[in-house]
Design a protein around this ligand. Structure first.
Ligand SMILES: CC(C)(COP(=O)(O)OP(=O)(O)OC[C@H]1O[C@@H](n2cnc3c(N)ncnc32)[C@H](O)[C@@H]1OP(=O)(O)O)[C@@H](O)C(=O)NCCC(=O)NCCS
Length: 332
């Protein structure tokens, strides 16, 4: 593709709710144990929203930090994309509500739904507007509030998810300085409905019943196998496409779904533990926020060098999966 401009990543930020739910707290809700959860998933705790918080409040927090770090006036933002599968409202969109809260009065706004792959899909969509010269500054947010949509008595799903938001500012630069080195997006209809959150159980004839959206339903084994099939494959495909080798990748940043998935993929790709970012122990699976939150965590704890080359891979419901190689020149 002919690029008129390149993409520069100006900042990465994140926001987590203040309430922490530890595995030991879940032991009081259903028959489980810290040991089972930790050995199966690598998760020790997750953050969940309280009544004074929402997906919007976390997005505002993350977005404000990202704009401050990038030293970008909200009025200079041309486009806001919020990637989420669990919006606070079906409409208005999260991005329109966020626009109002941060005063980004000159931006166009839309939400993007690709579940746990949302952030990678959003980043690549945003990049197209920058490459063509249509927009200069884009705010991209990944946010999910799964605590509203898990059945807190269904132990195999409830242990996995946490709430959170991640935000980045992407800006245009010279095409030769492009920090998005390449990407691939893939989708495959989940005909067996191995990972679903239904919203189609509300009918005119049932109006008296005040039916609410359903809970997350998941075939854990099928999703595990899906991840182990597609993630190593797309990693290799993207390295081929960008003429890079795994040795040139400083950090592998996978969607934080399960530490066992992260470890198994790293092993398949022969990537050492020191090159794999993970914060799942502290936050669980935060869906569209998980990749930026993992990067923010690593930056904040000085775990990574700058500049660095990162291979990001998201996967999730849809089914969807996507990979991007980026250069990260951000210090904190
Ligand atoms: C969910 C997941 C951790 C379950 O692990 P698993 O090893 O497949 O476990 P199983 O579902 O086979 O369950 C094994 C046993 O543990 C039990 N179990 C399930 N959840 C439990 C929990 N929270 N605590 C204790 N026991 C639990 C099951 O009931 C089952 O018991 P049984 O053998 O008596 O029937 C795993 O399948 C997984 O991580 N899948 C991917 C999920 C994911 O990443 N989703 C998001 C993608 S974006």
């Amino acid at each position: 593709m002919q690029k008129n401009y390149g993409v520069k990543f100006l900042s990465f930020s994140g926001a987590l709710p203040s309430k922490v739910v530890k595995n030991t707290d879940l032991e009081k809700l259903f028959d489980t144990s810290d040991e089972w959860i930790y050995t199966r998933t690598g998760i020790k705790q997750r953050h969940v929203i309280d009544k004074n918080e929402s997906g919007l409040s976390l997005s505002v927090d993350a977005a404000k930090q990202a704009l401050n770090k990038a030293k970008i006036d909200p009025k200079s933002i041309d486009l806001i994309i919020v990637c989420t599968a669990t919006p606070d409202k079906l409409y208005p969109s999260m991005s329109c509500m966020l626009q109002g809260k941060i005063g980004a009065v000159n931006s166009a706004c839309f939400d993007l739904s690709a579940a746990c792959s949302g952030f990678i899909f959003g980043m690549t969509v945003a990049s197209q507007f920058i490459y063509t010269g249509q927009y200069k500054n884009i705010l991209l947010v990944g946010v999910d509030i799964h605590s509203r949509f898990v059945d807190w008595s269904e132990r195999s799903v409830a242990v996995l998810f946490g709430d959170g938001a991640g935000a980045i500012v992407m800006s245009s630069c010279l095409a030769k300085d492009d920090e998005l080195k390449g990407f691939i997006l893939r989708s495959e209809s989940d005909s067996k409905l191995d990972l679903t959150l239904d919203n189609d159980n509300i009918y005119f004839t049932d109006l008296q019943d005040q039916v609410k959206p359903d809970f997350v339903r998941m075939n854990g084994k099928a999703i595990y196998q899906f991840a182990l099939r597609v993630v190593p494959e797309i990693a290799k495909e993207l390295l081929d496409k960008t003429n890079m080798s795994m040795e040139q990748i400083d950090y592998l940043v996978l969607h934080q779904a399960n530490q066992r998935i992260i470890d198994a993929v790293a092993e398949k790709l022969k990537v050492g533990k020191d090159k794999v970012l993970s914060n799942i122990e502290k936050v669980g699976n935060t869906s569209a926020a998980s990749i930026p939150l993992a990067i923010v965590d690593a930056l904040a704890s000085n775990k990574i060098k700058t500049p660095s080359t990162m291979l990001l891979i998201g996967f999730g419901a849809g089914l969807t999966w996507g990979a991007a190689v980026i250069e990260c020149n951000i210090l904190k």
